[in-house]
Design a protein around this ligand. Structure first.
Ligand SMILES: Cc1ncc(COP(=O)(O)O)c(C=O)c1O
Length: 433
């Protein structure tokens, strides 16, 4: 698995060798594993975080641009969230009946999210997207699903990707991925399914901007055909706007899914939407031991109150604009626009890698991740800004980026970057978006 010699990561490597015999991939999440972080030249394990920083098990310190895959939207150990969790901890975690916290958080979601009339909770984004698909099928009596984006690990979705091993063909046949910004593709699929289309589920926006009229067109098509429109706001919720991308773009879906940042790193997701659809929860089966787990709900309540009290959304946009401008200048000054561009909205910027000079996109990405880590920035597939990132920390990211890109500019002039990197190249889990 590549070079394993860098003394900076000695403890990571030692622990990896122990964990890999006990845990397949030595990790619980593909995007946190060696598939995304090259062995031997990046850390495998973190020990703790504070604000916008993390420390690995070797004691190396980083400005974290991953933030638990966008979960820690306020930052690690946010004092208000930690206080709410600690207070709840003294009273219990998972109870024998429901708690009043559930309606307290649901009420807040109904107040802030445009489509939300009723709410149910889950633990992962996948719980929410899978519930949305089941509700859509239950309400429409139809079977097929059109998916645009990434929606988690369940059969109904991964069956439509290249990582479909273990999903029966009959299930795979029911979900089709369609390109974003292509209304004609939706209409064609609807005709091909003979109208048997339960829902369209999409990330309202990821790296690519919606074309003018696209989201509105989806809304009209769904209304006209009786198809359920589901916005997967696992990332865009609590990031683009307090009311999510649906508020930002002014298009209201029938159902939406929230997750990631809603409890600042605590495991919580939600499905929310039209009450007639949500009433299907009385009939379908969506039920789990930990659905009303109180620490995460206490955290979510504190998160929503913080977003309402403090200029969190404005800060995410402002910090993102700073990164976008400075990193964009660095790319231009180095003439590296073929190799790296920044896509996405300011609160969730996504570097897109291309072939440049003698180097492939995979070589460019691996080079960047490795070199950013070397300069003390934990760097993944997107720039995941949090409220706690200070201007100084963002300047550190910009300086690290400038250093990496100016070296990259010379490196791509000659073939063989993959060999000189002295690590394996980062491979996509699958093309998720
Ligand atoms: C848009 C989107 N939907 C769903 C999911 C799945 O969420 P989880 O990993 O919490 O199951 C993710 C996770 O990255 C996501 O980004």
């Amino acid at each position: 698995m590549g070079a394993r010699t860098d003394p900076r990561f000695a403890e990571s490597i030692r622990h990896f060798n122990h964990a890999a015999a006990l845990i397949p991939t030595a990790c619980q999440t593909f995007s946190k594993s060696r598939i995304q972080y090259p062995a031997g030249v990046t850390p495998d394990f973190l020990s703790h975080g504070q604000g916008g920083r993390v420390w690995d098990v070797d004691g190396n310190e980083y400005v974290d641009m991953v933030m638990g895959l966008l979960a820690n939207v306020l930052g690690y150990c946010d004092p208000g969230v930690n206080a709410a969790i600690s207070e709840q901890l003294t009273r219990g975690t998972s109870f024998s009946l429901a708690t009043t916290l559930e309606a307290e958080v649901a009420e807040r979601i109904v107040e802030i999210i445009p489509c939300a009339e009723m709410v149910r909770f889950g633990k992962n984004g996948t719980d929410g997207t899978s519930a949305a698909v089941r509700i859509s099928r239950a309400a429409t009596g139809r079977n097929h699903v059109l998916a645009l984006g990434y929606h988690g690990w369940q059969d109904w979705y991964v069956g439509a990707t290249v990582r479909s091993k273990g999903v029966p063909p009959a299930v795979r046949a029911l979900t089709q991925k369609v390109p974003y910004n292509d209304l004609a593709a939706i209409e064609q699929a609807y005709v091909a399914f003979d109208g048997d289309l339960a829902c369209i589920i999409l990330e309202p926006m990821s790296a690519v901007e919606p074309a003018p009229g696209y989201l509105e067109g989806l809304r009209d098509f769904a209304t006209k055909t009786g198809t359920i429109l589901v916005f997967d706001e696992t990332i865009t919720g609590f990031r683009f706007s307090l009311g999510g991308a649906q508020e930002y773009f002014g298009v209201t879906p029938d159902l939406c899914v929230l997750g990631k940042g809603m409890a600042n790193g605590m495991p919580l997701s939600a499905i929310a939407g039209r009450s007639d659809l949500m009433q299907e929860f009385n009939e379908i089966f969506f039920s789990g031991t930990f659905g009303g787990e109180a620490l995460s709900l206490a955290a979510a309540k504190a998160v929503i109150d913080t977003f309402r009290r403090e200029p969190v959304i404005e800060a995410l946009w402002r910090k993102g604009a700073f990164l976008k401008r400075e990193i964009g200048n660095i790319i231009d000054e180095n003439g590296m626009a073929e190799g790296i561009t920044l896509a996405g909205k300011e609160p969730w910027l996504v570097p897109v890698y291309g072939a440049v000079g003698c180097s492939s996109p995979e070589e460019v990405k691996t080079f960047m991740v490795k070199n950013m880590v070397e300069s003390g920035v934990l760097f993944g597939s997107s720039l995941n800004i949090c409220y706690a990132h200070t201007d100084g920390e963002l300047q550190h990211v910009i300086d690290a980026f400038a250093k990496a890109v100016s070296t990259l500019r010379d490196e791509v002039q000659r073939p063989g970057l993959a060999t000189r990197l002295n690590c394996e190249l980062i491979q996509p889990v699958f093309s998720v978006r």
